[in-house]
Ligand binder design. Structure first.
Ligand code: ADP
Ligand code: ZN
Length: 348
């Protein structure tokens, strides 16, 4: 346990989530009974942090979004049966968003639901994926089509896990952090603008404060709107087009979301008179994220219409009134199709 560690209790859908910031992985031994716990992780994390997993029951997955599918959930369930896991077993997801999504999903269905906890090991999982209780698997081209909402019993943040993270994964996490800043927090946006990826990676205190700020932002929204009727929709900023691009092209989630945010900012200029979208583009490139996309409008639109945010022929698109203020803007599908066509023409 580190001196600066702090514990925060949050109540989400009447479940208490204990959050341990700046904690050490070994705190797990105090939180759960090793014999009654099963860790789910992936090959990369296991091989880079092997000693941490000693004497734990571990299920090791193949890494990557392509394995975030029902087949993997079934394989986890089979191993749980081999471990003779019962209703009192706690499942602990140690990994990025793929691992925590699969862990939460399996925990919500195994024996009609067992407890779970998360140790997010990517920046993205720390600030986004592991918070809010949404879990699930992809089905074909459709991301997170099947899943549930289930809150973990705890979240443990060991920032030293990030020492082994690749540059690309750091950028991925910053895509969500920049997203949070754009929709909720102009001050956070300024902080990001004045800093850089390299600087934040080196400054552990700054990193910790940015992570904690983003966790607080996301929790505040989820608390207010656990079932995505209002403000939580704003978290989809950049994600409607982003998800469609991600499934059709060789892009990471963060890269796809960055491109989605650039498109949404362009649309915000057109529809809401957003100014300074160039600042957002500048910040994205400061955090090594792409800002220019050329893509097949028709192909991407056909995927986009399957988005869960669509209601009949209207899509609730997230736009910006200004930096720090996101809004839900209903767009008719044919309108959206035209905008996407115009945008792709501009970027040929
Ligand atoms: P996400 O980016 O949604 O959090 P993943 O779970 O797919 O998604 O993780 C991204 C990649 O980073 C995977 O290849 C995973 O194995 C790897 N990874 C996760 N955490 C770490 C870590 N702490 N150090 C090194 N690699 C990691
Ligand atoms: Zn995202």
């Amino acid at each position: 346990m580190t001196d600066s560690m702090k514990k925060v209790k949050q109540i989400l859908s009447s479940a208490t989530v204990d959050i341990y910031f700046d904690a050490s992985f070994n705190l797990l031994t105090k939180l759960v009974d090793k014999k009654n716990a099963v860790i789910v992780t992936d090959e990369n994390i296991f091989s880079k942090h092997r000693s941490k997993f000693k004497n734990w029951n571990v299920i090791i997955l193949k890494p990557g979004e392509q394995f975030k599918i029902q087949l993997t959930a079934d394989a986890i369930i089979e191993q749980l049966i081999e471990f003779q896991a019962d209703r009192s077993t706690i499942l602990i997801g140690v990994g990025g968003g793929v691992v925590t999504d699969l862990t939460g999903y399996v925990a919500s269905i195994y024996m009609r639901g067992i407890q779970c906890g998360f140790v997010p090991t990517t920046l993205l999982a720390m600030v986004d994926a592991s918070i809010g209780g949404k879990n699930g698997v992809d089905v074909g081209a459709y991301k997170n089509l099947v899943g549930s909402i289930r809150q973990p019993a705890f979240l443990l943040y060991d920032y030293s896990m990030l020492n082994t993270l690749s540059d690309m994964e750091w950028s991925n996490g910053f895509a969500e952090i920049i997203k949070h800043a754009c929709i909720f927090d102009a001050r956070l946006f300024e902080l990001l603008r004045k800093n850089s990826l390299a600087k934040i990676k080196k400054d552990k205190k700054l990193l910790a404060s940015i992570v904690e700020k983003n966790v607080a932002l996301k929790i505040a929204v989820v608390k207010k709107d656990e079932f995505e009727k209002g403000d939580r929709k704003l978290l989809n900023f950049g994600h409607t087009l982003g998800h469609a691009l991600e499934t059709q092209y060789d892009l990471t989630h963060g890269q796809a979301v960055a491109l989605g945010m650039v498109f949404a900012a362009w649309l915000s200029e057109k529809l809401l008179g957003l100014q300074k979208s160039s600042e957002m583009i500048q910040v994205l490139s400061q955090y090594k994220l792409p800002t220019i996309a050329s893509f097949d409008a028709e192909r991407v639109f056909n995927i986009l219409v399957m988005d869960k945010k669509r209601v009949n022929n209207t899509m609730n698109f997230i736009l910006l009134n200004k930096i720090g203020k996101g809004v839900v803007h209903p767009l008719k599908l044919n309108q959206l199709q035209k905008f996407i066509l115009t945008y792709t023409e501009l970027h040929k």
